[in-house]
Design a protein around this ligand. Sequence first.
Ligand code: NAD
Length: 302
Amino acid sequence: MTEAIGFVGLGNMGFPMSSCLLKAGYKLVGCDLSPGVRERFEALGGAWAATPREVADRCRIVMASLPTPQAVERVALGDGGLAGGKAIQIFVDLSTTGPRTAKAVAARLAEHGVVALDAPVSGGVYGAVKGALTVMLSGPPEARAEVEPALRMIGKNVFHVGAEAGMGQVMKLVNNLLSATALAATCEAMAVGIKSGLDPLTMLSVLNASTGNNSATQQKMPQCVLPGQPIGFGLELSMKDVTLCVDEGEALGIPMWSGNTTRQIWQHAISQGGPNQDMVEVARTIEKWAGVKLFGAVPAKT
Ligand code: NAD
């Protein structure tokens, strides 16, 4: 592809995703508010724009990886935002924002002749660095087909989940509520075993060969919680996903018993150490209640 793609939001996820595109030979025009990002991005061969509007003036396809629904609304529709840019035709939102924001942003961008696609991702910073994310793509089929080759540079799996704005977002929220709930339930269950005298690594071997296995037994426990390492996903961002999913379920008239419990555990962890902690702090919260060590319970591999 010879034309440049725009990329707004070069944080923990956006920077490695944009690096994958640059390494694959795509030209990019980047934009981020944080100091120091520009130098790192230009060092990889990316061009820079001062504002999202400048990105939208220069690029027909613009991707974004932004922290909150409010940030996406600001970048897409606010002063100096993407809407009204001279070149933009397709907006690809890789952020997790929930379906309501995705639908509202898509409707407003449509007034400017821009097609919006949901493309939230799963796989964390590690998956982003490796270009091995899962992408949950929804929106008009022609636009999806056009951006899929680029998305395949950041995602090992690109799933087409629907033709409507918001469907990719619902898929992502469902995944993240399950992933968070699995972490809480796994910490609690492992605490029972460890306090009873079982060896944590033996427990994981058994669980991963049995019906209790899940993303926490497979990855977050052995790689992060037990060796005392961060997960690389902020507690506040995870709380955002859990809350969006619980709210969505309740709006659909679905009782969200376990989702609400997960939300309260996350809220408690935030009340203890603030929002700017890693998601691994949930394990620290549970170990305090349990009176047993989970975080750093086994030596980290060197
Ligand atoms: P982050 O906070 O590290 O990065 C967001 C970036 O957006 C920052 O660099 C910030 O400066 C920039 N930004 C914010 N407002 C801006 C604006 N108005 N103009 C330009 N830049 C702006 O967040 P992240 O961890 O990279 O997550 C990004 C999105 O991906 C979130 O929606 C998150 O929920 C989702 N996500 C994160 C992970 C993860 O493991 N971190 C995994 C999957 C999905």
